[in-house]
Design a protein around this ligand. Structure first.
Ligand SMILES: Cc1cc2nc3c(=O)[nH]c(=O)nc-3n(C[C@H](O)[C@H](O)[C@H](O)COP(=O)(O)O)c2cc1C
Length: 185
């Protein structure tokens, strides 16, 4: 294996599942595609998203104190690419792409109608880490498409294709033929 010092600005640790954070502040609704996001804790339920201060969403989330985390299917990758190539400072991304939303039940955050899972989060901490900021959300409610999950709460990948990102505008999904359930082995 080739070795270089530090971590080059590359996509070596991709693919990663895409999440779309949503925020509403002062009647402004915005969405931002993210690959740097993760569950952080079950109890209390915490979800983390990492956003550059250069993004318009960064200031909206700080001001509103809440955000949603939306998961979409692969079939929406062209819409996601659009959301990631313009700024909400200049365009109304949801109107432009004709995607609708409803407000959350516990927060005033956008729950996208095309999402299959949405976490509504209250911002409880934020940490500046290098050139990104980790926003930590307390998950107040989770919306999910019941028919998309099996009895173990796992995504039915045989039917539903989650959206993953390889980097540099390239999207991909999973191959269900590689699924290996070792519980039954
Ligand atoms: C698939 C994808 C993943 C991205 N992941 C992140 C991320 O994790 N953090 C981040 O700050 N920006 C990320 N970006 C860039 C923002 O989505 C992009 O700059 C967006 O246009 C910012 O919108 P805003 O200015 O309306 O907030 C990603 C873009 C794409 C297309």
């Amino acid at each position: 294996m080739k070795v270089v010092e530090g971590m080059p600005k590359t996509y070596y640790h991709y693919p990663r599942i895409v999440a779309v954070a949503g925020v509403i502040f002062d009647k402004k609704v915005n969405v931002i595609p993210l690959v740097w996001h993760t569950g952080l804790s079950f109890s209390p339920p915490l979800y983390g998203i990492s956003i550059s201060p250069k993004r318009y969403s960064y200031e909206l989330i700080l001001k509103s104190g809440e955000f949603s985390v939306n998961f979409l299917e692969f079939k929406y990758h062209k819409i996601v690419e659009k959301w990631g190539s313009v700024t909400g400072k200049e365009v109304d991304k949801l109107t432009q792409t004709q995607v609708s939303f409803k407000k959350g039940i516990k927060t005033d955050t956008p729950v996208l109608n095309i999402a299959y899972v949405v976490h509504e989060c209250e911002l409880i901490e934020h940490y500046s880490l290098g050139d990104h900021t980790l926003f930590v959300g307390l998950v107040k409610a989770t919306h999910y498409r019941e028919d998309y999950f099996d009895e173990k709460t796992m995504l039915k990948v045989e039917e539903i294709r989650p959206l993953l990102y390889l980097g540099k505008h390239v999207y991909i999904t999973v191959n269900p033929e590689t699924k290996s359930d070792l519980d039954k082995a």
